[in-house]
Design a protein around this ligand. Structure first.
Ligand code: PHE
Length: 451
């Protein structure tokens, strides 16, 4: 509420770790590798990299600037610039709410897999590992128990506040996560026969680039950089006044990209070394990798390290999904942080229980042909996220205005923003809104993009 009581990050590195923690998550370790596998390897990686630059960093600058300028989270930020736009912020809040409800279920699976990995996965056979995966996710009590554990940790951190919760735990978890992924990548890349996997990631076959690949890459950029749902905007509202927005907005996406690439270097060399298929889709992490770990020397240790890495990555993202609705209740409804984080966290947990059960006992209950889990994923990812991203880009460029936004992004002209005029006159004004619109229309099937 009052300006003087607003929490902030204690340091620049605190913001960077927290924002990188938000960005680096299941999107990097689970979604990115399976998209790379399904879309032909290096060609996808290159398209993805281009998208990070022409749209990811562009929208990142916009969200951080809007957040820091208004010192408000989603709804309040829009309202502060133009009161009638307040409700626009609710789209992002809703998307974050929905994403967290099933994201936390997957976070719970990772905790279970961490213990399973220690004990040793059943066999070096994806069919057996697939059975194990299915038996677990379709059961009722166990996944809900782990979902509860994951949500409890998320609530606890957000409950503890910006500096003593989010910043403090990000500062511990992010360095641990970097160390783990580097060790795992070295292990994977030194397996006999790993070369083919490395090649798969870095040697592009440009004939693989199709309209579908472009769309998948763009959607991934949004999801992986946590754009469109107020996470980055809200973290931006806690960023110190002297920090360089262009600077942090470039570092965080680059860190995120580096981790996605390293996750690829963990997964693909191992997949190729053990003669598995890279295009396994969503089962890559929870089915193919367990099969590999059960064959790899000391596979239970590396497996446990891998799933611990996923837990850390998912947890730092989950807190950034709980923070915007928490901040919203604090700013707009005068709730205390503690009450807001606990109440919202419990509601999200309950929605997640239904998402989890929809894999098993509730699998006959469908809406539009989708079980609850898939529905939450579909609605948030294909509808709310792009709409909210589009609204934010248009709002910053055309309502707030690029002159004002640029003023904020350059700390009133006192710091350098080398590509600032390109950002203001071309990228955020035209390129971002147009590309997001194309992705949105095609993801809901209104237009078909083909090459
Ligand atoms: N960026 C996170 C990931 O890659 C997911 C996320 C999306 C987190 C939106 C916060 C907001 O897993």
């Amino acid at each position: 509420m009052g300006e003087q009581t607003r929490e902030t990050f204690g340091s620049r590195i605190g913001f960077i770790f927290a924002a990188a923690g938000s960005a680096i998550g299941l999107g990097n370790v689970w979604r990115f590798p399976y998209l790379v596998g399904a879309h032909g390897g290096a060609a996808f990686v290159i398209v993805y990299l281009i998208m990070v630059f022409i749209i990811g960093i562009v929208c990142f600058v916009a969200e951080v600037s809007l957040g820091r300028h208004t010192r408000q989270s989603n709804v309040g930020a829009f309202k502060a610039i133009k009161p009638s736009w307040g409700p626009a912020g609710l789209i992002g809040i809703t998307a974050g709410f929905m994403i967290l409800s099933f994201y936390s279920v997957i976070g719970g699976w990772s905790i279970y897999y961490f213990f399973k990995a220690f004990a040793g996965f059943p066999a070096a056979d994806p069919v057996v590992c697939n059975e194990m995966f299915n038996a677990f996710v379709t059961s009722s009590a166990a996944p809900i128990f782990f979902h509860a554990l994951f949500m409890l940790a998320t609530i606890y951190i957000v409950y503890s506040g910006v500096q003593s919760g989010i910043e403090r735990y990000s500062n511990i978890m992010m360095p641990a996560l970097f160390v783990l992924i580097v060790i795992l990548a070295i292990r994977s890349m030194t397996l006999p026969g790993a070369g083919a996997g490395i090649e798969f990631l870095i040697k592009p076959d440009f004939s693989q680039i199709t309209g579908e690949v472009l769309l998948a890459a763009l959607g991934q950029v949004f999801f992986t950089l946590s754009l469109g749902m107020g996470s980055i905007l809200t973290y931006g509202s806690y960023l110190g006044q002297d920090e360089s927005i262009p600077n942090v907005s470039t570092i965080v996406p680059l860190m995120d990209t580096l981790i996605a690439f390293l996750a690829g270097l963990v997964i693909f060399p191992a997949v190729f070394a053990y003669g598995f298929e890279p295009g396994q889709g969503v089962g890559l992490v929870f089915v193919t990798l367990p099969a590999i770990f059960s064959e790899m020397p000391a596979g239970n240790l590396f497996g446990a390290a891998f799933f611990f890495f996923i837990i850390l990555a998912a947890l730092t993202s989950a807190i950034s999904l709980l923070e915007p609705p928490t901040a919203y209740m604090m700013e707009e409804h005068g709730w205390e942080r503690r009450k807001a984080s606990v109440v919202i966290g419990i509601v999200i947990f309950i929605v997640g229980v239904f998402a989890s059960l929809s894999m098993g006992v509730l699998s006959d209950f469908t809406i539009g042909g989708m079980v609850i889990f898939d529905l939450l994923d579909y609605l948030s990812g294909n509808w709310l996220l792009p709409i909210s991203g589009l609204v934010t880009a248009i709002f910053v460029a055309w309502v707030w205005g690029t002159d004002n936004a640029l003023q904020e992004a350059t700390n009133d002209g006192t710091i350098e923003f080398a590509w600032g005029s390109l950002w203001a006159n071309v990228l955020i004004k035209y390129v971002a809104p147009i590309l997001i619109t194309v992705v949105f229309l095609s993801s809901i099937g209104v237009i078909k993009v083909g090459v």
